[in-house]
Design a binder for this molecule. Sequence first.
Ligand code: GSH
Length: 205
Amino acid sequence: MKLYYVPASCSLATHIVLRELGMEFDLERYNPSEGQTETGSAYAGINAKARVPALEFANGEVLTEGSALVQYLVSQTPEHELALPIELVARARVQEGLSFVASDFHKSFSPFFSADTDDAAKERAQALIVKHLEYLETVFGDGREYFIDNKLSVADIYLFVVLRWVEASGLELNAWKKVFAFRERMNIRPHVQSALEAEGLLEAA
Ligand SMILES: N[C@@H](CCC(=O)N[C@@H](CS)C(=O)NCC(=O)O)C(=O)O
């Protein structure tokens, strides 16, 4: 399996999940400004949506969309603590959390990663991010360690990745103490650290 990634982007969630599950995989970096991967392949030919993450299998098939990828991966290892719960409501709760992180929360950061966003749009986006952080602070307010049902899941890994972008939006995450503590807890996981190192993100941390 090969994961196409952009360092520190949402593909980091798939990358961490691969490592947490102990799977064998290769990494290939995509450079959006060139439209090419590090080996010179045209990325449009790999993922026509020109987005990461993308997972390529040995038979050449390519699967995209971060939420689908992490659910696909944990489905391979039903005994692992990251596996989706069997009970249907508990399973839907993880998907509910993942969906919030991968859509509303993730996309509220888009203006900060686009060169042509004006200040008014950034202000609106920042207000939305604050709203989401307030919600998360309330969730973690009951003392839980993990986002969904206080049990480690792929939603935590994706949430950790998006929380790493908070400072890029001009906010300081430590204004939300419980969410900040969650990010710290996730950050020190050995497989999180190895993924950060592989993407060249430890020096900058
Ligand atoms: N719907 C996609 C969105 C993925 C996405 O937004 N990827 C961003 C990084 S977080 C990307 O590929 N950015 C590169 C670019 O915009 O050129 C998913 O959930 O996987």
